[in-house]
Design a binder for this molecule. Structure first.
Ligand code: B12
Length: 217
């Protein structure tokens, strides 16, 4: 069993952007039997502090880039551990995208990984995706759920516009599947503002929402 102190240490390694030490510490924690969820949570808390340091001009864009690189490596390391821990036979289809204007993808990709672990078929349109591309994919892929990611507050309006575009432009015989949002600064207030159906704070709750939707269409 690992201790809160060890997680505090991991968080500070992330905040200090000590890439190789982060990787070594995560490897050690996994070997000590820690869960990938707990490790992810600590690293995400570290990322939030990196973001604050950037806002305070104590880190520059290079710091964000480095943080992104570390987070990407961590996601790849944790993926097989998530696969071992989570299995499922859910048979729904989820369409994922990061909205127009936003290039953050690490969180979206983690949601995708966990959905796949649970048996969902996922189509990922990538980042900076236009409302029309999302609409085209809805028509073609016919998802049970649409998952939209946005980390920038400046992207709340593009998120709202995307959802409005889907609501107004789908042919009348096509039912719009439930829309779930997530990522960084989103919360339930943002969900109401953009007129989405669901909001999830993290990847695990996002999967739980998708399971509920598919079980009770
Ligand atoms: C790494 C990083 C980058 C990397 C991104 C690498 C990549 N391609 O993904 C790079 C360097 C490219 C980058 C660029 C920028 N960034 Co940046 N970035 C970050 C940082 C430090 C970490 C993001 C991250 O990966 N977190 C870890 C993941 C796992 O967490 P997550 O994304 O929140 O995802 C979890 C949940 O939210 C959820 N989730 C995510 N998406 C979805 C979707 C659904 C459907 C569901 C259900 C759940 C869900 O599941 C995930 C796992 O639990 C954040 C700080 C922070 N607080 O997050 C800033 C941050 C998001 N960036 C910020 C900024 C300002 C920028 C830039 C504008 C900087 C600039 N001047 O150019 C550009 C934006 C360019 C653009 N147009 O998009 C700001 C945004 C501020 C704001 N409120 O708008 C932040 C908050 C930093 C800060 N505090 O100032 N960034």
């Amino acid at each position: 069993m690992t201790t809160p102190r060890e997680h505090e240490h991991l968080r500070s390694l992330v905040v200090d952007l000590r890439e190789s030490e982060v990787i070594a510490e995560v490897t050690r924690l996994l070997e000590a039997g820690d869960t990938p969820e707990r490790i992810l949570e600590s690293c995400q808390q570290g990322m939030a502090i990196v973001g604050e340091l950037y806002e305070q001009s104590r880190y520059y864009i290079a710091g964000l880039i480095m943080a992104g690189k570390i987070m990407q490596e961590l996601s790849e390391m944790l993926e097989p551990h998530f696969q071992q821990r989570f299995h499922g036979e859910a048979s729904g289809k989820v369409l994922m995208a990061t909205v127009q204007g936003d290039i953050h993808y690490i969180g979206k990709n983690l949601v995708k990984t966990l959905l796949k672990c649970h048996g969902f078929t996922v189509r990922d349109l990538g980042e900076d995706v236009s409302p029309q591309d999302i609409l085209n994919a809805v028509l073609e892929f016919k998802p049970d759920v649409i998952g939209l990611s946005a980390l920038l507050t400046a992207c709340f309006d593009p998120l709202r516009d995307t959802i409005a575009h889907l609501r107004t432009n789908l042919p009348p015989d096509v039912k719009l599947p439930p829309i779930m949002i997530g990522g960084g600064a989103t919360d339930d207030v943002v969900r109401q503002y953009v007129r989405a159906d669901h909001w999830a704070a993290d990847a695990i709750s996002g999967v739980a929402i998708c399971k509920k939707i598919v079980a009770n269409p």
